[in-house]
Design a protein around this ligand. Structure first.
Ligand SMILES: CC(C)(COP(=O)(O)OP(=O)(O)OC[C@H]1O[C@@H](n2cnc3c(N)ncnc32)[C@H](O)[C@@H]1OP(=O)(O)O)[C@@H](O)C(=O)NCCC(=O)NCCS
Length: 160
């Protein structure tokens, strides 16, 4: 199981999600997305020391429902840092406290951009890579960023 190891990799746990649940007591997907975005904002702004905005989020897949009274653990990591952009990866696990078992419910990657007071991208500190795991995450972040940029080029062709 991943643990909070360094300044760019943090764990956040919570339970009692009744206020964001819907019928049948399961957490509403949209509310979970909002929470994930808030976490991505927190970690990106904490890392960069700047105001940040969300550029994109990829691949949110709800594999299993989360019940409102389950213990939910979020593992967040600043995987990749560019000149002005950061990729924050968040893994969500639900833990059964009594049986000490964990279930991976979903993972996603947020692209966050540091901006100045005019809303323009602003330079952030480079990521210090001090472990093989960080190096792997960084490299995977490079590949995902390239894929996003490539997809953006093909998707946003001007109409005419
Ligand atoms: C995010 C925003 C500031 C980026 O502005 P921009 O002029 O496109 O910025 P740039 O082209 O200079 O790119 C900034 C960074 O984003 C990256 N980027 C831009 N488009 C990208 C895409 N489609 N995929 C991945 N990365 C992308 C660039 O590579 C660059 O990263 P780097 O500096 O680390 O190399 C602007 O698009 C914006 O204001 N968007 C609205 C944000 C918002 O309102 N979010 C919701 C509420 S928070």
């Amino acid at each position: 199981m991943p643990t909070a190891r360094c300044a760019t990799s943090i764990r956040h746990a919570g339970t009692n999600y009744q206020s964001i649940s819907k019928l049948h007591g399961n957490v509403h997907g949209g509310n979970l997305l909002k929470l994930l975005n808030q976490l991505a904002y927190t970690y990106a702004s904490r890392y960069s020391g700047k105001y940040v905005v969300t550029l994109s989020v990829d691949q949110v897949i709800f594999k299993v429902p989360i019940h409102a009274d389950e213990l939910v653990i979020f593992y967040a990591s600043v995987n990749h840092v560019g000149r002005t952009s950061m990729e924050v990866g968040i893994r969500v696990e639900v833990q059964d406290i009594q049986h000490r078992s964990a279930c991976h419910t979903n993972s996603c990657h947020f692209s966050m951009i540091a901006v100045d007071k005019n809303g323009k991208p602003t330079v952030i500190p480079p990521l210090n890579i001090d472990s093989e795991e960080q190096a792997r995450r960084f490299q995977e972040g490079v590949i995902r960023k390239e894929a996003r940029l490539k997809a953006a080029k093909t998707k946003h062709k001007p109409y005419i």
